[in-house]
Design a protein around this ligand. Structure first.
Ligand SMILES: C[S@@+](CC[C@H](N)C(=O)[O-])C[C@H]1O[C@@H](n2cnc3c(N)ncnc32)[C@H](O)[C@@H]1O
Length: 273
């Protein structure tokens, strides 16, 4: 798929997902975000660039860790996500957090300006990951670190059929490389190719817990990466897609809800001194 089209689908899709995102995804993503923050080991006073910050679920603990003398530039391609995060940062009186709309592939910041780059569950959506990692490397100071979390391999994610279910209804690919970075050692290889050293990778299993079919389907369709396509479906298409998705996760039904297996990969790499 054309990179510009993929960027537009993500940008405006996440604009639509922004208001539902935390309700539908915060608890499910917490294991990956928590581990990313442990691996980042942020210190008071550090300068952090956050890529794909979404609604700020990683931004708030990061801001607490770097403290008032630190600095966080929280960026996302979605205007609505950036607006929400900026409003919440103001509400929390976090003067160390600056929010900016920015594409991961084109970081409008000076070279060597940050100690840490964080990206939680964002790289899967970026058309040119090598370019994004190259940009991260450029803005990191020597000895600085990047920590990124992505979803794992397709076979480890019980909800993976969401993509073919949507794709066949829009007759195009929605997120073609979604599981690529989380498969095998792809993420470590990508970090190495971008010039990072001392690379460590962790793969963790998780369970996505939904109390009802509606909650599972809302999370998959309205609160995430296929939100743009879903917003354009008519009512009958929505109903058939939701039914097909619930059938695809039926093996994970427990009482009225679902316990769907998932997998995250979290990697850290250092910019050489
Ligand atoms: C699953 S959310 C993750 C948000 C947040 N990091 C978290 O852990 O909750 C993915 C985010 O990636 C952003 N995104 C998608 N493509 C992007 C790109 N090319 N550059 C920057 N952000 C992007 C989306 O707008 C969305 O906010």
């Amino acid at each position: 798929m054309d990179g510009a089209l993929q960027r537009r689908i993500q940008r405006y899709g996440w604009d639509r997902a922004a208001d539902l995102y935390e309700r539908l995804w915060a608890a499910q993503l917490a294991p990956a975000q928590d581990r990313l923050l442990v691996l980042a080991a942020l210190q008071p006073g550090e300068r952090v660039l956050e890529i794909a910050c979404g609604t700020g679920l990683v931004t708030w603990p990061a801001a607490e860790a770097v403290g008032p003398n630190g600095h966080i530039v929280a960026t996302d391609i979605s205007e609505r996500m950036v607006e929400r995060t900026a409003a919440e940062a103001a509400h929390r009186r976090l003067s160390q957090v600056l929010c900016r709309r920015m594409d991961a592939e084109s970081i409008d910041e000076a070279a060597d300006a940050f100690d840490v780059v964080l990206c939680a569950l964002g790289l899967m959506y970026v058309p040119d990951v090598a370019k994004a990692l190259g940009e991260s490397q450029r803005v990191l100071a020597a000895g600085g670190r990047l920590v990124a979390a992505v979803w794992g391999a397709r076979r480890g994610c019980g909800w993976a059929d969401i993509f073919p279910i949507v794709e066949k209804r829009v007759a195009s690919e929605v997120c073609p490389m979604f599981f690529h970075l989380g498969t095998g050692d792809t993420l470590a290889q990508a970090l190495g190719a971008a010039g990072f050293g001392h690379i460590t990778v962790e793969r963790i299993s998780t369970t996505l817990v939904y109390e009802s079919g509606d909650e599972a389907a809302d999370a998959a369709f309205a609160g995430g990466p296929v939100a743009m396509a879903y917003s354009r479906f008519d009512e009958a298409t929505r109903e058939s897609a939701r039914a097909e998705y619930l059938a695809s996760i039926d093996a994970y039904r427990v009482d009225a809800g679902y316990r769907v297996p998932g997998e995250f990969v979290i990697a850290r790499g250092d910019k050489p001194r």
